[in-house]
Design a protein around this ligand. Structure first.
Ligand SMILES: Cc1cc2nc3c(=O)[nH]c(=O)nc-3n(C[C@H](O)[C@H](O)[C@H](O)COP(=O)(O)O)c2cc1C
Length: 157
């Protein structure tokens, strides 16, 4: 049986945006967002490398990677850790997977490599708001209103 459950796959599929951590040469963390996340199969997550030089640099030296996905309304998600590889454009594996990014239209044409994470550990993430009794429905309502209000404010500024 694979590591990724149906619930995990659904979240990745819906959110598409994950925060990717790798390890720099000096041991410090490197964290950056990637919005082209896709579930490849029961054990692998991929994203398109468009302009992520530090992530690629780190992966070519150390395969360690963690990705976090959070539903901003439900305030919960998952974290996935494992070893990742970088497949540059022109390699057979890149060419066989590139078509999966077609939902990103013209942006997909700018993908110059694909990062593939083999998920070795998958853990849930949830806001401490749940610890004090909040329900998912309440949090969804609250953050929907907050984010809609914020957006309206920004648009009118
Ligand atoms: C919402 C969002 C989504 C992004 N999606 C991607 C992506 O899918 N692929 C990518 O290469 N860069 C993406 N970026 C840009 C990189 O995160 C950005 O260029 C970053 O500085 C790269 O840092 P790194 O070299 O440490 O990975 C995205 C940025 C944002 C804000």
């Amino acid at each position: 049986m694979g590591t990724l459950t149906a619930e995990m796959k659904k979240l990745i599929d819906e959110q598409k945006l994950g925060f990717v951590a790798t390890v720099c040469d000096d041991g410090t963390p490197n964290l950056s967002p990637k919005g082209t996340m896709l579930v490849l199969d029961d054990d692998h997550i991929i994203f398109g490398e468009i302009r992520s030089p530090n992530t690629v640099h780190n992966l070519e030296r150390r395969p360690h990677m963690e990705i976090n996905f959070v539903d901003p309304f439900a305030r919960k998600g998952f974290r996935f850790k494992g070893a990742a590889i970088y497949m540059a454009a022109g390699t057979p594996e890149f060419e066989s997977l590139h078509g999966r990014f077609e939902q990103w239209g013209d942006l997909a044409k700018t993908i110059r490599g694909i990062v593939k994470l083999k998920v070795e550990q998958a853990l849930p993430l949830s806001s401490p708001a749940y610890d004090i009794g909040a329900t998912e429905a309440e949090l969804r309502r609250h953050w929907r209103e907050y984010l809609l209000g914020l957006q309206a404010e920004l648009e009118s500024a």
